[in-house]
Design a binder for this molecule. Sequence first.
Ligand code: F0G
Length: 461
Amino acid sequence: MAKIDKRSWAEPYRMKMVELLKVTTRPQRVKALKEAGFNTFLLRAEDVYIDLLTDSGTNAMSDQQWAAFMTGDEAYAGSKSYYNMEKAIRQYYGYKYIVPTHQGRGAEHILSKILIKKGDYVPGNMYFTTTRLHQELAGGKFEDIIIDEAHDATSEFPFKGNVDLNKLERLVKKVGSSKIPYVCIATNVNMAGGQPISIANLKELRKFTKKHGIRIIHDMTRVAENAYFIQQREKGYGSVKVRDIVKEICSLTDGATMSAKKDALVNIGGFLAINDWDTFEEARNMVVAYEGLHTYGGIAGRDMEAIAVGIRESLSDAHQAARVGQVEYLGKKMESYGIPTVKPFGGHGIFVDAKAFLPHISQDEFPAQTLAGEVYVDSGVRTMERGIVSAGRKPNGENYHPKLELVRFTLPRRVYTQAHMDVVAESVAMVYDRRKKIKGLKMVYEPKYLRFFQARFEQLK
Ligand code: F0G
């Protein structure tokens, strides 16, 4: 009898087409990184071997999505593809009215403009870069109401995306509910390391916000990954399907912004979804100024078809088991080499704790930015800084100093194999071995908005 103590997951698909990658040498990578100002966003993608910069728009589409793609209706107005996408959003997420946008930030822009007035406060379970910027540009102030555990890379709390209701209550007492247009709730909180919120917490939040007449707007970019964690971790949900959990999450909120480039398994697209007619009407009107007509909002008909199919595929339990399973595989492999990472492992990537990795580099010398560059030079693996550079500056010009100083190893969906994960983990281990010799960076160019995308650095001597 074979001694099998567990059964492995495997991808519920096989490959039909592959994309060839360029393998570079170390001197080539040293040169490329210098030319990119030590910012992985400024590298040319063809100089990257394994691209873990982001899971956004980097997904592999299925044969069914490509088939649907070919049926895209590119009519300027009233496209059949819009109605197919609307039908899928209503069926699987349950929101009433939909305004398509070219991607998530298009929806954030429109929503912020409609709901936020100057001097308002927008509480949220940790910030996201574009979301907070749009809130601030509309005259609002972001308030972090996530539980303290979320800011602690080592806390193993299973729902680090939860809201601390005491923090919210204090804010309501201080500024009054009329100054809070909505609470912004992200599922599988990106900046916390891809950490879920529980249904129990969301239900309490719903009760509290109802009492105070405050809306909940759901950043549902990674809602299916959050639902999978609820299935795995929350009492009473072990035998509930991911698709049903997603529906329940959405039903506890009043509207949503979505970047379909993540969960929904496509390369571009997004939408704003809302249950109240008045906000919808204003958004449908405003979208024509910023994105495109209300039946395409900046997305091609073919992409709307792919989104409709992708939403359905993203809700499969087997898909999520393989998706999150691959992230966990990478996390465990890194753990076996002693690499400090955010725990529990997240839904869309492994977040390496750069403060613990490079304790001799102060946060003002950009340890996470430094580490992302070192990993690239070692192996051609591209990752992203999620620390002080991403956090940017407060409206008064001071730098935010986030507790979390992380490098994100983000996994595109259905793209890389377990062997790629081995190469990644081994590369990080090599850099870890010589970590004491690594020096920090100084910023030599800083753009005004979302500086992490275009900032440039030089190596400290
Ligand atoms: N909300 C969250 C939680 C996100 O992660 C993103 C994008 C957005 C909103 C904005 O959506 O890019 O379609 O405009 N996150 C990407 C990332 C960029 O790499 O994490 P978008």
